[in-house]
Each structure stands twice: as structure tokens, then as C-alpha cells.
Design a protein around this ligand. Structure first.
Ligand code: IVH
Length: 728
């Protein structure tokens, strides 16, 4: 056993070293293959001999812990924010004030990047990571240790010399390249893409399953080391300056960005700011400014704090870059649900590291507000968000008498008169079944991973099928025969991609390896035909379908007949019915016939289904063509009713309202469990409610109402007790 123990220790150290060299020094000491083999060996040994697994084992980076809710933790040192400014004059004032307050004491500044991410604090005791906490409100944050462990640039075990108890602070950022790859994947999977890397980083740290967080390729940039003063003194000279602390942190194994400079006066500071204001677009991650700190840590106490921030540091925030460029044309894109998005095509202009040619005009309302006229110059801005935004019209350049540019009244693809629903900012094309991008979009949605998951049919193959006249709607897919598929697609690319809807590549000349993104509000709706995802189709756009490919398609279609009803309902692509809505409707009505027969009032009774969605569902089933498609899908063998998942009838029709966070179930899971045991899970408390099932952090309003009505309360443990033994 000694052998096992020492092999585990040896592997832990080896993998840790390879990881360090790879993530900190960009050096691969072994091939991926060898690395994976070592990791697998360690995992296997740890599985067999968990008693020897080390808490700092690199296998813990793979994640797997599931948190239903994050523990709230009070910060040992409050997480202060910094005073910030967009004005160089205020930086000059800060510098002069600091010099005055320090009254002749020699000191210097450090200038460093202000990372645009999520602040976290990492506590290390005796060289081991013991806790990671988000900033929260500065006093109390969320314990996200399991997720933090999956970030390769967060050391689990420190190297060399380190204080025995301290906190490393820094920012978790989402590097552009990883962010873009993730968003592409999300789009392929039918998930909403993240608006920007900061939101994505924040969302990733709050993922309940750390194995998911491990996939996100986050990076930790350390910028601060906190420790008790006497500990700092013990550490000797290297902890008496901020610069020295970061140098020391680097030796301990932290990723400290090299862009930090010791500055002696305001000119050095201004030079640093100017440099990064221009150069920031060439970094592989986002920054939104520069942070200036007094370097000598013993002077921090002397300078003290204002109400919320230290007097020894300040942040300079970069202004959004803005240019003015002539509008050349307005074109429109049509999305899967018919939403029509106007796009401004502009004279190409260099802005924040990329050439911008196109930007969204969002919707009819926004375009109306801009009040565009022919020949107008548009003001385009790029903040920290990468996506260029049209913020206005340069009125000084407006030519007298220039004709106004109105929003299109007809669909740019099929010519149908557009409709504007009450209270909506945009218009849509109502020709659902005859408008090409809508038809293709619906087919793509139908085969998506979260819907029918037919991954051998990507957008290009769907287009082939469409062009060949074999598929016009989702039901046609199930009539396909092998002989129709084999050989399909060996035609010219031009015929495959002839549709006159431009892809929205806003910027196409990146100055370096910076990745460019489409505007987030266009991403889900306006995927145009030619840029839509490949979804597993052949790499060559015009590659024809071979025998094997045809068989795979038919097999996948066959497999999809097992997909549960709720996903079939989502796959139909009914306006406003997302994944959750479909699940709720499916559960509530049980089968497609009950759903078809429901009136708007009944539909709106379903939790989370608002009136707008209820009307959309009703309209969908009032359409004879849709009914015919649904019938054909039913005949093809798709699931049109909820599978009987009943386990017992112990709850005997009891109506139960759930609230709060549960230890053993997610909210959806506990509701499903209630139904599986013969109960009804509803959303709001009424006199008809039999039980109020509560977890942690119960909604106070619901609690008050339940108490007022004298509803019987049920804890999670009591609930588990009720259903116990019913599974067998
Ligand atoms: S120092 C007590 N340095 O910017 C000062 N902050 O309000 C601790 N940030 O919440 C912060 N990059 O999350 C510092 N190089 C950097 C930073 C940085 C980003 C964030 C930090 C803080 C906010 C400033």
C-alpha cells in the first residue's frame, strides 16, 4: 500500500508540474496523450484508494461537486472597491494629493491593468487553497471553492516560500478566444449566448456543477495579496511593496500578468494609461482601465480609507472609443421566429482594433429613435464590450433635405407585409410557412441538441434537403428515404447559398488574435442561412451525402422518436415557447391533444406562461397546416404525451407549493418528484393548497400567505419521509 500512496503523491506532483508549466509558462513538457494517461492513472488510483487522495490533487480540477446553493461567507478583510474616474485631471489630482499626504516620504506607484472580470478572494492556509469567495456586497460573498478549483491558473498548492495564512485576490476573466468558442457552442446547442466575457465569467462561477465550470477555460489574474500586518512583516522585505508581493505571488505559482510597472511620477502614469488605452485591444482578455496603487504597503495605513475605498489607489477607466462614419445602406435579417432586425452597413472604419462595417440597429423602435436620413454619419462606439454600438447620428454632417430612411414595411425575403405586435419594439414576418429563413430556422431548431438532437443533420444538410425539394417542414424529415439522400448535395456552392440575407459579420479584420463577436441581441434570432451552424454536417459545404451518411441520418431520425414529449413540444418552435415553457406546458397538459384543445385562459394558467405565450400557443394550434404537421409527426412515431413516470400515489392528488432551495433536489426535480408520487406542484399559495414545501431561503411573501391561510408546512426531510420506500 505504501507503493500506492507514494505513486499517488508522485503523480500528483508530476501532473501539477506539467499543469504549471503549461498554464503559467506556455510550455508542454509532455504530449497531451501522456498527460491524459497520467491523469487517468491518478484518477483510477484515487478511486480505488480514496484514503490516499490528496486534497490538492489535480484531479479535483475536473470538478464534479454539485452545489444546490452557495454558502454565504463573511470576508475576513472586506473587499473594497476603488475610486474610479474617466478623467486624467482627476488622476493628476490623486497623484498630487497622495504626494502631499505623504509629505516628503519616498514612495512609488504601481500601474497595472484593470481586468474586466469578476473579483474573487482565495484563502490559502499552509500553502493550500482552502476557500474561494466572490466579492458579493464586499462584506459577504458566495463560497465558490469547488468551481475555483477547476480554474487551472488558481494554484491548489503553493510552491516555494509563502505566508502560512493569507488571501490572494484577483479577477476571474474569460479570455476572448475561449469565450467566443463557448458562445459558438452554445448557439449550436440552442442555448442563449452570453452577452460579454464578464457576464460569462460571472455565470460560470455560479454554475452548480463544477464539472461544467471546468469546461469554461476561465483564467485567474491575481492583483492583490492580503494578510495580517504582522505576517507581512514576518515575510520580510518581499511583502513590503505591492510589486514585491506580486513578484512573490508569481513564485508561489499564481498567474500574475506581466503588465505591471513601477512608476515614479505622473508622467510615467500618464504614459502607462495612454499606452494601454490603445494597446488594450491586442490583449487576449478584456480590460476596462488601469489601476494605480501606492507601491509601499506600509504607507497604505497612513493614507487610510474613504467611506468605501482606499486612498492609496485609484482606477482610471477607459472611455468607449467613438468614431463617425457614413451610413451606406440599411439591410434586414429575418430570424427563425420571423423577427426582422435592421442592420446598418457603413463605410468601413477602424475602431478599437478592428474594422467595423456593420452594426445592428436593433429593432424598429431603435431605428425610429435614431431618425436616419440618407447620407447620415453614424456615431459608433466600442466600450469594453467588444461589440460596436450605434449610439447616434452625427447631426453636424446631416445634409439639408436628405430623405428619411424608414423601416421596411415588408419582409426583405418573401415580401409579406410585416406585423408589429402590441407593446413590441420590433416587427416580424407572419409568413411562417413560406418565408425561407423562417422555414430553415425552424428546421435547424427542430434538429438542435436541446430539441430532437439529430446531430447528423446540420444546417448545410438541411439546406441541401430544402433545395432538393425533399423537406419543407419538420414532418417531411420523417418521410426521407435512403435513396433520396445518397448523392445529395453535389451541386455548386452558389446554388446552395444563394439566399440574399447577409451574414452579420460585424468586423472582419481583427488586428491580432482578438476575436470578434456578433451583437448579442442578434445572435439568437438572426442567425442567417449562410452562417448558421454546421451542427455535424460535412466539413465541405457542398460534400455530397454518401451511403453511410444517409444511414446515419435515418438512424438519428429513428432515435429521435424516443425524445420525450416536452422536448418535442420545444422542437416545434412555437413562438415564445422555450425549453422551460415547453416543459411546463407538457407537464400541465400531459399530451398534445389536451394542449391543442386548451383556450388562452387555460394556457395562461400554467406557471411561467404569460398571456403573450398563451396566445402564441393557441394561434399555433389554430393553424391547419400546423395541425397537419403535428399529426404527421404523431404518425411517424414521435412522443406526443408525457411518459408515465408515476412511481406511487402516496400524495393522492395533494396540491403542493414549493419554495426555496433544496438540498437533494433542484426546484424542477422536486416538482417532478411530487408529480411522480401523485401530487400536484403549483406555483402560488391559495386556499386550495394542501402543503407548503419549503427549503432554505423561502420566499417571504409566500411564507406570510401560507401562514395566514394556515397551510400545512412541510420540510424537505418530512417530504422525503412521506415518499420514502415508495420507489420499490
Ligand atoms: S485592486 C483595495 N487591482 O476593479 C483594492 N482591482 O473597484 C483592491 N480590478 O472590485 C482592488 N483589476 O475587482 C485591483 N489590477 C487590479 C484590478 C482590480 C480589476 C477590479 C476589482 C475591484 C474593482 C475596482
Amino acid at each position: 500500500m505504501k507503493d500506492v500512496e507514494s505513486r499517488i503523491a508522485e503523480l500528483t506532483e508530476l501532473i501539477d508540474r506539467y499543469n504549471y508549466e503549461y498554464y503559467m509558462n506556455d510550455t508542454s513538457l509532455v504530449s497531451d496523450f501522456e498527460f491524459d494517461a497520467l491523469l487517468r492513472e491518478l484518477m483510477e488510483l484515487e478511486r480505488q484508494y480514496p484514503q490516499y487522495a490528496l486534497p490538492t490533487s489535480p484531479t479535483r480540477r475536473v470538478g464534479g461537486e454539485v452545489n444546490k446553493s452557495f454558502q454565504q461567507v463573511t470576508h475576513r478583510f472586506p473587499m473594497l472597491s476603488l475610486g474610479n474616474t474617466y478623467s486624467i485631471e482627476e488622476i493628476e489630482e490623486f497623484e498630487a494629493r497622495t504626494r502631499k499626504l505623504l509629505d516628503g516620504v519616498p514612495f512609488s506607484y504601481t500601474c497595472e491593468l484593470k481586468y474586466d472580470g469578476v473579483a474573487i478572494g482565495l484563502t490559502y492556509k499552509n500553502g493550500e487553497l482552502v476557500q474561494a469567495v466572490t466579492r458579493g456586497n464586499g462584506t459577504v460573498g458566495d463560497d465558490i471553492t469547488d468551481n475555483a478549483r477547476t480554474i487551472p491558473t488558481i494554484p491548489l498548492k503553493l510552491r516555494g516560500d509563502y505566508p502560512d495564512d493569507f488571501e490572494a485576490r484577483g479577477e476571474v476573466v474569460f479570455p476572448f478566444e475561449a469565450f467566443e468558442a463557448m458562445n459558438r457552442q452554445r448557439e449550436n446547442d440552442g442555448d442563449e449566448p452570453f452577452a460579454n466575457p464578464r457576464n460569462a465569467a460571472s455565470g460560470s462561477l455560479k454554475l452548480q456543477n463544477s464539472a461544467e465550470c471546468a469546461k469554461r477555460k476561465l483564467m485567474f489574474c491575481m492583483y492583490f495579496m492580503m494578510m495580517d500586518d504582522e505576517k507581512a512583516a514576518d515575510g520580510g522585505r518581499r511583502f513590503t511593496t505591492h510589486f514585491g508581493r506580486l513578484e512573490a505571488a508569481k513564485e508561489m505559482g499564481f498567474k500574475v500578468q506581466p503588465y505591471i510597472k513601477e512608476c515614479n511620477d505622473i508622467n510615467d502614469i500618464k504614459f502607462f494609461i495612454d499606452f494601454w488605452d490603445k494597446e488594450r485591444w491586442n490583449l487576449p482578455f478584456g480590460i476596462d482601465g488601469v489601476v494605480i496603487k501606492v507601491n509601499q504597503t506600509e504607507l497604505w495605513g497612513r493614507l487610510g480609507l474613504t467611506a468605501k475605498s482606499p486612498r492609496w489607489a485609484i482606477a482610471y477607466k477607459f472611455k468607449a472609443e467613438r468614431v463617425s462614419t457614413p451610413l451606406e445602406s440599411v439591410t434586414y435579417q429575418v430570424g427563425r421566429t420571423g423577427v426582422v432586425t435592421p442592420v446598418a452597413n457603413m463605410r468601413p472604419v477602424w475602431l478599437g482594433g478592428t474594422t467595423v462595417r456593420r452594426a445592428t440597429l436593433c429593432n424598429a423602435d431603435y431605428m425610429g429613435k435614431l431618425d436616419l436620413h440618407e447620407g447620415d454619419y453614424l456615431l459608433v462606439e466600442k466600450g469594453g464590450e467588444i461589440i460596436p454600438k450605434i449610439v447616434g447620428v452625427d447631426m453636424e454632417q446631416r445634409q439639408a433635405g436628405a430623405p428619411k430612411i424608414g423601416y421596411t414595411e415588408v419582409c426583405p425575403v418573401c415580401g409579406t407585409k410585416l406585423v408589429r405586435a402590441d407593446g413590441e419594439a420590433g416587427c416580424y414576418c407572419p409568413n411562417q410557412d413560406g418565408c425561407l429563413p423562417q422555414q430553415l430556422g425552424r428546421l435547424e431548431h427542430f434538429v438542435g441538441r436541446k430539441a430532437m438532437n439529430i446531430d447528423s443533420l446540420g444546417s448545410e444538410r438541411l439546406r441541401m434537403l430544402y433545395d432538393a425539394g425533399l423537406v419543407r417542414n419538420v414532418a417531411d424529415l420523417y418521410s426521407l428515404r435512403k435513396e433520396q439522400l445518397v448523392g445529395l448535395g453535389s451541386r455548386e456552392e452558389e446554388t446552395l447559398f444563394s439566399i440574399n440575407v447577409d451574414p452579420l459579420d460585424l468586423c472582419d479584420e481583427a488586428s491580432s488574435n482578438l476575436q470578434i463577436f456578433k451583437p448579442s441581441n442578434l445572435q439568437s434570432e438572426s442567425k442567417s442561412v449562410s452562417e448558421a451552424n454546421d451542427g455535424g454536417s460535412p466539413t465541405k459545404k457542398s460534400a455530397s451525402i454518401q451511403e453511410k451518411g444517409a444511414e446515419n441520418i435515418l438512424k438519428a431520425l429513428e432515435e429521435s422518436k424516443k425524445v420525450p414529449f416536452e422536448r418535442v413540444l420545444f422542437a416545434l418552435g412555437i413562438r415564445y415557447v422555450g425549453e422551460v415553457g415547453a416543459k411546463k406546458l407538457a407537464r400541465y397538459f400531459g399530451d398534445i391533444d389536451a394542449l391543442k384543445a386548451a383556450n388562452v385562459m387555460e394556457l395562461a394558467m400554467v406557471e411561467d406562461v404569460g398571456e403573450v405565450t398563451a396566445v402564441a400557443v393557441h394561434d399555433y394550434f389554430a393553424n391547419a397546416e400546423h395541425l397537419a404537421i403535428v399529426e404527421r409527426l404523431r404518425k411517424a412515431g414521435l412522443q406526443m404525451r408525457m411518459a408515465d413516470t408515476r412511481i406511487s400515489n402516496v400524495l393522492n392528488g395533494a396540491t403542493i407549493v414549493v419554495s426555496g432551495v433544496f438540498e437533494n433536489f433542484s426546484r424542477e426535480e422536486i416538482k417532478a418528484s411530487i408529480e411522480q408520487h401523485g401530487g400536484k406542484a403549483t406555483g402560488s399559495i391559495s386556499s386550495k393548497t394542501d402543503y407548503f414545501l419549503t427549503g432554505e431561503k423561502v420566499g417571504p411573501e409566500k411564507l406570510k400567505k401560507a401562514q395566514a391561510l394556515g397551510i400545512q408546512m412541510l420540510t424537505e426531510t418530512e417530504y422525503l419521509e412521506m415518499i420514502k420506500g415508495q420507489d420499490e
